[in-house]
Design a protein around this ligand. Structure first.
Ligand code: B4P
Length: 197
């Protein structure tokens, strides 16, 4: 079972690249951002709670996100592997993910971290905001808030996986195709390592 995490700040291209990676390598794409937006669209109690945090550029509470991921696992019991996109975003989420995967007798193979500078990220998100209708992409102060939350709460997750020797930085600036090639190269390397070649 090959489980991959695509890591990086808001707007670094996790969603963009995840779709291509799942198309090429298979596995189940688990984007907590997409799951939360689906709950919001359906106006579920979980969605209504999540919206109040997302609109302000804050993270949705850990217990809500972890419960949602746990239910998603139950729906995909036969998955051959997962591509985690936008999850884990806190150290508590990373530890919960370790435990959930352990129950499935598996683990994270690799964490690929897209590195993009803040000015480029703001540009991309404001640009997406023009067409996406996403409340968290239209206001620059909310976008800046998301970056400060990333620095304070999400970047320590990198250390969690660095200690486990699973963390691999990837240059995230350039064309979507060029970045996809870099990610594929890192994945091929890991697959070779896991198959013992
Ligand atoms: P997410 O949905 O995960 O969104 P994201 O971080 O904004 O975007 P991503 O990195 O996927 O960027 P994308 O490919 O779309 O989270 C949204 C919110 O949900 C969070 O702020 C939080 O409140 C909540 N949430 C989600 N998960 C959570 C969790 N685990 N715990 C708590 N809260 C959680 O790319 C962005 C733009 O750049 C697109 O317009 C794209 O076209 C463009 N782009 C992509 N690659 C490019 C490239 N190479 N060059 C130029 N533009 C590019």
């Amino acid at each position: 079972m090959f489980n991959l995490i695509l890591f990086g700040p808001p707007g670094s291209g996790k969603g963009t690249q995840s779709e291509r990676l799942v198309e090429k390598y298979g596995g189940v794409h688990l984007s907590t951002g997409n799951l939360l937006r689906a709950e919001i669209a359906q106006k579920t109690p979980l969605g209504l709670e999540a919206k109040s945090f997302i609109d302000k550029g804050q993270l949705v509470p850990d217990e809500v996100v972890i419960g949602m991921v746990d239910s998603y696992f139950d729906l995909h019991k036969d998955a051959r592997g997962f591509l985690f996109d936008g999850f884990p975003r806190t150290v508590a989420q990373a530890k919960a993910l370790d435990r959930l995967l352990e129950l499935k007798k598996t683990a994270i193979s690799s964490v690929l971290a897209l590195e993009v500078n803040e000015e480029e990220l703001v540009k991309r998100l404001l640009n997406r905001g023009k067409t996406s209708g996403r409340s968290d992409d239209t206001d620059e102060s909310v976008i800046r808030k998301r970056f400060s939350v990333y620095t304070d709460e999400t970047s320590p997750v990198a250390e969690h996986y660095r200690k486990a020797r699973k963390f691999h930085p990837i240059e995230g600036v350039g064309s979507v195709d060029a970045i996809f090639d870099r990610l594929c190269e890192a994945i091929e390397k890991q697959l070779k390592k896991e198959s013992g070649h």
